[in-house]
Design a protein around this ligand. Structure first.
Ligand code: A3P
Length: 306
């Protein structure tokens, strides 16, 4: 509480508070963040799925869960549970109400997820042999996805964001967004990836869409769960791709109704397309963001084709 009072705070366009801590605009998860940094002890066999919100987290959870559990009856859990129920968030689930939850009973390999930036991950994640997978996405699509996610989950008929896009986009460009600025978030994981290629796998949503099978193979190899020749012949990769596809997950009964906390499960599956931003943002807005992003990424080797 004392710390919170010293931090810069503002109200985001969605009416929710954001708190600036260590250069990052956090939603109200500062207490869980500090608990995670203090108490979370990664095991070497852990898998940590990381992302900027609305960048393909749900898809990555489904894919990773299926890859790891493909020879296990557990894989069928994906048809009766939302991916977020199978792979919990550290900050929104496990540490939200408990300072130091007991995670020892979870069977290995444990799969967790988080939106915490790379530089703020607990030391044990960086120092253990655990694997980190990051997924990011064209920031303009991310912005539009977030906007719809908010509208879908708001209790009132609050349609302001679509009418005041300019203002909200301006805030987004200034980095005012949960876990923003987005470019810093991406760069942090990018640098972590370059520092240790075997530790951090860096994925882009668009690449996954373009060749899902290739990336399923890549993820499996990275995690140490490679597909055998026999599995490849049997079409196991294609089966995982189909199981985790947008169309399949969206149409599962378990994802059509019900909530996770206050969030509608169905709101995790909207369009699942690349380039939807063109239906909402002007070319001038895109250019503004692109210029900003290019100067931010200059010299890093990271590129994003908007
Ligand atoms: P759109 O709002 O553009 O449709 P997150 O999982 O990080 O919250 O990201 C949500 C975005 O990923 C949404 O994008 C959602 O539709 C899309 N998505 C969810 N599941 C998907 C899947 N299996 N394949 C592709 N995209 C998926």
């Amino acid at each position: 509480m004392e710390l919170l009072q010293t931090l810069e705070q503002l109200t985001n366009w969605d009416g929710r508070p954001l708190v600036k801590y260590d250069g990052v605009w956090y939603p109200l998860v500062i207490r869980p963040l500090l608990s995670i940094q203090k108490y979370f002890k990664a095991k070497d066999s852990d898998i940590i799925l990381t992302s900027f919100p609305k960048s393909g987290t749900t898809w990555l959870k489904a894919l990773t869960f299926s890859i790891v559990n493909r020879n296990d009856l557990n894989i069928s859990l994906l048809t009766s549970n939302n991916p977020h129920e199978l792979v919990p968030f550290l900050e929104f689930d496990l540490y939200l109400h408990q300072e130091n939850p007991d995670l020892q009973h979870i069977s290995c390999p444990r799969i967790f997820s988080t939106h915490i930036p790379f530089k703020s991950l607990p030391e044990s994640i960086r120092e253990s042999e655990c694997k980190v997978i990051y997924i990011c996405r064209n920031p303009l699509d991310q912005f539009i996805s977030h906007l719809h996610f908010f509208l879908e989950n708001t209790k009132t008929n609050y349609s302001r964001p679509l009418f005041e896009l300019d203002e909200y986009f301006g805030m987004y460009c200034q980095g005012i967004h949960p876990f923003g600025p987005i470019c810093d978030h991406m760069l942090g994981y990018w640098d972590g990836h370059l520092e240790n290629l075997n530790k951090v796998l860096f994925l882009k949503y668009e690449d996954l869409k373009q060749d899902t099978a290739f990336h399923i193979k890549k993820i499996a190899g990275f995690l140490g769960y490679p597909f055998s020749v026999e599995e490849e012949k049997q079409g196991v990769i294609e089966e995982i791709s189909r199981l985790c596809s947008f169309e399949n997950l969206k149409n599962l009964e378990v994802n059509k109704t019900g909530h996770i906390g206050v969030v509608k499960k169905s709101s995790f599956f909207r369009k699942g397309e690349v380039g939807d931003w063109t239906n909402y943002l002007t070319p001038a807005m895109a250019e503004r963001f692109e210029n900003m992003m290019e100067s931010k990424f200059e010299g890093s080797g990271l590129m994003f084709n908007i």
